[in-house]
Ligand binder design. Structure first.
Ligand code: PGA
Length: 253
């Protein structure tokens, strides 16, 4: 069975003190995960070591960076490298979140380079894709997302994509309280898996975890995660409330 993943994306929220309270609360109320399930905490860089230390003994709990730079090292003031993340035993890195694409002009080639440097350092990317409302209204979301996948992932080998993690996040559903319907989510996830099948074959595509993101909450997670091609979620707002995220973890297949 594919890995089922609930990934918390804290974005640029909380102080260290608040972060520690949140993770302590969550550790107190979360149950053990099944073999095929994972919890991932994409927390701001300054909190990674602290959060990692708090979850390290909990089976199938991991930390993630929310980004990293596409260069190895050097005079790039303010950036964080994949090697730095590796050196503090980070497991995953979110790449290509729509907020990074929009506010920081992250392009397809830049994301391809970031993926490469993460893989070289043994970090697992969580590659985000998804369309804006205008693209959804023009009904061109399938080709739009296909281009995102092609431009940033198709240079990878079948081996590199085996067990890979993709997050589909329709921009119109992020932070808006408006989720994609179960049917819309399933339809796009099946499309993404189909695109990967056509390029890499069913064995590879069936191994890829495709997470849904966009206003996932405790009260809708079970329905969305229940869709056949939805393998968990990337959760923003609701991941900042311990009881909400614990319930979301409990909703994994
Ligand atoms: P949201 O954010 O759950 O607050 O909609 C999801 C995301 O941006 O990853």
């Amino acid at each position: 069975m594919r890995k089922q993943i609930a990934a918390a994306n804290w974005k640029m929220n909380l102080t260290l003190q608040e972060a520690e309270i949140l993770i302590d609360e969550l550790m107190d109320i979360t149950h053990d995960l099944k073999e095929n399930q994972k919890a991932v905490f994409a927390v701001p860089f300054p909190f990674l070591i602290s959060v990692k230390n708090k979850i390290v003994d909990k089976k199938n709990f991991f930390v993630a960076g929310q980004n990293c730079y596409d260069k190895k090292a050097g005079a790039y003031t303010g950036e964080v490298s994949a090697e730095m993340l590796k050196s503090i035993v980070v497991d995953y890195v979110i790449l290509g979140h729509s907020e990074r694409r929009e506010y920081f002009n992250e392009s397809h080639p830049m994301l391809a380079a970031k993926i490469n440097i993460c893989l070289e350092n043994g970090l697992k990317p969580i590659f985000c894709c998804g369309e804006s409302l205008a693209i959804r209204e023009a009904e061109t979301q399938n080709s739009y997302v296909e281009t995102q996948l092609k431009e940033s992932l198709f240079h990878l080998s079948a081996e590199q994509l085996t067990g890979f993690v993709i997050a589909y996040e329709p921009i119109w559903a992020i932070g808006t309280g408006k989720t994609a319907s179960n049917e819309q989510a399933q339809e796009m996830h099946a499309h993404i898996r189909n695109v990967m099948t056509n390029q890499y074959g069913a064995v590879v595509s069936e191994s890829i975890s495709i997470l849904y993101g966009g206003s996932v909450k405790a009260n809708n997670a079970k329905d969305i995660f229940g869709q056949p091609d939805v393998d968990g979620g990337l959760v923003g707002g609701a991941s900042l409330v311990a009881a909400e995220f614990a319930a979301i973890l409990n909703s994994l297949k």
